[in-house]
Ligand binder design. Sequence first.
Ligand code: ADP
Length: 139
Amino acid sequence: MAGNRTFTMIKPGAVRNGHIGAILAKINEAGFRIVAMKYTKLSAEKAGEFYAVHKERPFYGELVEFMSSGPIVAAILEKDNAVEDFRELIGATNPAEAKPGTIRALYATSIGENAVHGSDSDENAAIEGSFHFAGTEIF
Ligand code: ADP
């Protein structure tokens, strides 16, 4: 089952710009089932913890500040080959390099404020999902 799930966040920029509905529609149209979802806000501490793997990168401070700057939508999504197919749906990290029609090409404003997060492995999908959701919140 783990291989069929990924974790996503609609980031604060895309929420501020009014794209929650459009992004969820793309996710549904691509065949993902939402198995958990919440509208929430990360504290700077929680954002720092989520992105701890990037601690040494020059953009870490700005990433933590951005990710805690407003509400997000966090969700666990289910589909065959979820991690890879979702990365394909969202497009490259840098929206300038994202394929036309991908979520980042449509809704990201910069490499830092790139609309959505998508897990990069089954292992991280499981870790990130449990970072945000208790077992009783997953359906
Ligand atoms: P992805 O989210 O596509 O897996 P990474 O794991 O490399 O990308 O980076 C995590 C997040 O850090 C990105 O989604 C983006 O918000 C931010 N980020 C990555 N590279 C840069 C950069 N060069 N400048 C600013 N922010 C960046």
